[in-house]
Write a protein that binds this ligand. Structure first.
Ligand SMILES: *Cc1c(COP(=O)(O)O)cnc(C)c1O
Length: 417
């Protein structure tokens, strides 16, 4: 009965033909049930062609590849902008594919964390991703501000994983004119909670603070509207939902209010300088008055090629269509998981407060259950102390796979008890 229902859902799925655009890993000769797109997205088949094109250009043209051919490398960094702008809800002059998430975060903290007078404090969520915590902590140390005193790691008042937006906003109000910066995730990596970026940004601005967002688990997962929400800056990686390859090129966004100001403080490199006189090598400061002013180096073309391949699939599928299917998949899965013994879904129950991911807290013998899933062809991920994260991805997962996953999980729970 349920099998038929899931089969029908797959048959009527408008995005079903995209699965065939990806390489699905195998185990014992069978395609795995890959629910780990939140950690490393799968390889699009077309990526190979995009990469080979650039290798060929390099092979045939050498240095002339910078200025000739369909995609000259000198302006290669321009090519991801339109797609990225759509994904994060911004103008193309506000986004760029560049660097890596943590590097980008450092660059933008250098610009947006300018403690002065009594405005020294930063709010992040308790249990923030370690790299974000280290980045923020190190900037405070660099500026001579004590993180022990001025870094606020916000915990839910009931001690649970769900941090209500209201509590974030209340804290921002309370810290008021001592607050320099708020750094929040879009989707929290551990709990899968999606925060209300717009309301939190408005609160940060009311307190006179800047708002930064880490979109590692958000970009390519949910549609965003950064420009209208007036978010000051954002950073992301592209190897999770954006399927752009392990350690692939990252990205950043800066609102045009700051990007258009050439005097906005920033760390500079030659690629952030006006393209027209860049090669005069004259050492006159003339930064580009867009997000490109934050560029340091010439583009990583090979990594960018893989990124462009993947972005072209997002262009075809459309993030809003993906979101519709994602809500359907994750809602179905959450309902089924809630029927199981020994598990509790940590991720909020409302679709407005989550993306693809569900974090499943296993009350006991979680690691054994996880190992059983792994042996039986389910690729999920394990987070200490007792959490399995699964993320049905609308581009390549099917409803029938979710049915099979629930069946295997149920078996696992029965076996280890
Ligand atoms: C995945 C992830 C990172 C990874 O940072 P890299 O610099 O790409 O290694 C950082 N922050 C968050 C919240 C993440 O989920």
């Amino acid at each position: 009965m349920q099998v038929d229902e899931l089969k029908a859902l797959d048959q009527s799925d408008q995005l079903k033909h995209f699965r065939n655009q990806f390489h699905i890993p195998t185990q014992d000769g069978k395609e795995v049930i890959y629910l780990c797109g939140n950690s490393l997205g799968l390889l699009p088949k077309r990526t190979e062609t995009y990469l080979l094109d650039e290798l060929k250009a390099w092979e045939k043209k050498g240095v002339k590849g910078h200025f000739t051919g369909g995609k000259p490398w000198v302006s290669y960094h321009e090519l991801a902008k339109d797609s990225l702008a759509k994904l994060v809800g911004a103008g193309r002059h506000e986004v760029q594919a560049v660097g890596s998430l943590t590097t980008n975060l450092h660059l933008l903290l250098a610009s947006f964390y300018q403690p002065s007078g009594k405005r020294l404090k930063i709010i992040i969520e308790s249990g923030a991703f370690p790299s974000d915590f280290y980045a923020v902590h190190s900037h405070m140390k660099m500026k001579g501000v004590s993180p022990e005193e001025h870094l606020i790691e916000l915990k839910a008042s009931d001690g649970k994983d769900y941090l209500p937006n209201e509590e974030v906003i209340e804290k921002i109000r309370e810290v008021g004119d001592e607050l320099a910066l708020v750094l929040m995730p879009g989707v929290q990596y551990y709990s899968g909670q999606f925060f209300d970026i717009e309301r939190i940004t408005a609160a940060a601005h009311l307190s006179g603070a800047f708002m930064g967002v880490d979109l590692a688990h958000t970009i390519g997962n949910l549609p965003l509207d950064l420009h209208n929400a007036k978010v000051d800056f954002a950073v992301w990686c592209t190897y999770k939902y954006l399927n752009s390859g392990p350690g692939g090129i990252g990205g950043m966004y800066v609102h045009e209010d700051h990007g258009s100001d050439p005097n906005f403080p920033k760390l500079s490199g030659w690629w952030g300088h006006n393209a027209k006189d860049r090669f005069e090598m004259a050492n006159r400061i003339n930064p580009i008055a867009t997000i490109d002013g934050w560029q340091l180096s010439n583009a990583n073309v090979l990594s960018s090629a893989a990124h462009l391949a993947s972005l072209s699939i997002f262009e075809e599928a459309g993030i809003y269509n993906m979101r519709v299917k994602s809500i359907q998949m994750t809602s179905w899965l959450a309902t089924e998981l809630n029927k199981l013994e020994n598990v509790e879904v940590l991720t909020p129950n409302s679709s407005d407060e989550r993306g693809c991911q569900l974090s499943i807290f296993i009350k006991s013998r979680g690691k054994e259950i996880f190992d059983y899933l792994d042996t039986n062809g389910v690729v999920a991920d394990w987070r200490e102390p007792n959490v399995i994260r699964v993320a049905p991805v609308p581009l390549y997962n099917t409803f029938q796979e979710l049915g099979a996953f629930v069946r295997i999980l149920r078996e696992a729970i029965e076996k280890v008890h």
